[in-house]
Write a protein that binds this ligand. Structure first.
Ligand code: SF4
Ligand code: SF4
Length: 424
């Protein structure tokens, strides 16, 4: 087969980049080169059941598709910053050669004005010295899934034999840190750690040395055929108010000593809402639809959380990625987040920060019996109300050109006042 210098088959009928005046200048796309395939078997993983969507598939992105995907991704971005994001399943199962090629292709295909950030989400258990050296050399931002200290982490993050994984994760992480790889913690909040927010936070900050944390609530429903169904959640799921309690536990420590030093995505995104600018979390944005997912075979879905037939937009071998991103189906998907908001949310005092949460988990009913309320509504109300005053303080500081970290001195004054006049 004839190939270009980059190894792209010239006989492939490449979909040409369409001219779409209304298309977004940038978007986020999670690519899953192994589909749902993972070397672990975390009990709460929502993605493992997605394997059922591709019966008989080898679950490996081919070299040709890799080249085609990267070409289209770079073409589709008019903004100079482009993120190439890999996720799974476990993407490192593709092997190092796949990612070396991906980086080389990006270097050869990107426009001179494009700055590309490479990211990869991993369970870190397969990270050896070669991996760590590569990720450091190519300046990847690595997300490591770790749920807290050993017994909390091992509650659900187990391998195919049901064995704990903590030691393997820490070994991989130690290699990453030894090479100076940029990394952040992705920590799920579930039944086993929802009452231990402070302990988990201190472990991540003090034992693992992370300064960037994403907390992800586990809301897991039975998923026959890979499609979440019904309104019952599994025992592993975080409780409706438990996620809020967890966040408050962490926030109360963070706002007194770590503002500006530790980035907690949920807190930063909430502060953005109080300032009145878009935050980083799609789940709390008014509309969504700019975070898509690419499967190992080129299928593009509306979102990583909606990898299901109804939300399949098309395949990049037939239709250019930009056309899928800007398609009426995708625009409608993003607007549905706002359009389907129940009346209870529309009149809620914290709606400006919450926006009803992700549609994936809107399967409970409002006190008035209207369907479509988010399962975590009690958590959201607890958290957004609890942080109201310090968030207002930080937003005010930022609006007047000062720094958000002044909130720590302000909190100290509030605490002194609350504890009353001191003796002596
Ligand atoms: S469906 Fe949920 S996770 Fe997906 S983009 Fe919308 S808010 Fe985000
Ligand atoms: S806190 Fe509850 S009622 Fe308020 S916007 Fe969020 S989900 Fe809706």
């Amino acid at each position: 087969m004839a190939r270009t210098e980059l190894g792209i088959p010239t006989v492939l009928a490449h979909p040409a980049r369409p001219e779409l005046p209304g298309a977004p200048a940038a978007f986020h796309l999670l690519a899953k080169p192994t589909g749902a395939i993972c070397n672990l078997d975390c009990s709460y993983c929502f993605f493992l059941s997605k394997e059922e969507l591709y019966p008989g598939s080898p679950f490996r992105m081919t070299d040709d598709l890799l080249a085609e995907y990267l070409r289209q991704l770079l073409e589709a971005h008019r903004a100079p910053e482009v993120t190439v994001a890999w996720q799974g399943g476990e993407p490192t199962l593709m092997g190092l050669a796949f990612f070396r090629r991906a980086v080389e292709l990006v270097e050869a295909l990107r426009r001179p004005d494009q700055v590309v950030e490479h990211t990869i989400q991993t369970n870190a258990t397969l990270i050896d010295d070669d991996w760590a050296a590569f990720l450091a050399e190519r300046d990847f931002l690595v997300g490591v899934s770790v749920d807290g200290p050993r017994e909390i982490h091992d509650a659900y993050r187990v391998d195919k034999g049901g064995k704990p994984t903590f030691d393997r994760v820490i070994a991989g992480l130690t290699r990453l840190r030894a090479q100076g790889v940029r990394w952040n913690a992705m920590t799920t909040v579930h039944h086993a750690n929802e009452d231990h927010g402070l302990r988990v936070y201190r472990f991540l900050r003090d034992e693992l040395g992370t300064d960037f944390i994403q907390f992800i609530p586990i809301v897991e429903r039975p998923s026959p055929g890979g499609i979440p169904t019904g309104s019952e959640v599994t025992d592993r799921s975080v409780s409706p108010a438990g996620y809020g309690r967890f966040l408050i536990d962490v926030f109360d420590e963070w706002v007194r000593r770590d503002v500006g030093a530790v980035y907690v995505q949920m807190f930063d995104s909430t502060l953005a809402s109080f300032v009145g600018v878009p935050g980083a979390l799609c789940v709390h944005a008014r509309t969504c639809g700019a975070s898509l997912a690419l499967e190992h075979n080129g299928d593009v879905y509306s979102c990583d959380h909606f990898v299901e037939p109804e939300h399949l937009l098309g395949n990049i071998a037939a239709t250019h990625l930009l056309e899928l991103v800007a398609s009426p189906q995708q625009v409608a998907f993003g607007n549905a987040k706002l359009d389907s908001l129940p009346g209870y949310c529309r009149s809620c005092d914290v709606r400006f920060a919450c926006n009803g949460g992700c549609p994936k988990d809107r399967f409970t009913t409002t006190p008035q019996g209207e369907p479509g309320l988010h399962y975590l509504c009690p958590s959201y109300q607890l958290f957004f109300r609890h942080v109201d005053r310090p968030m207002r303080f930080m937003a005010g500081a930022l609006r007047t050109g000062r720094h958000a970290d002044e909130v720590m001195a302000w909190m100290a004054r509030q605490d002194r006042r609350a504890s009353g006049p001191q003796a002596g």
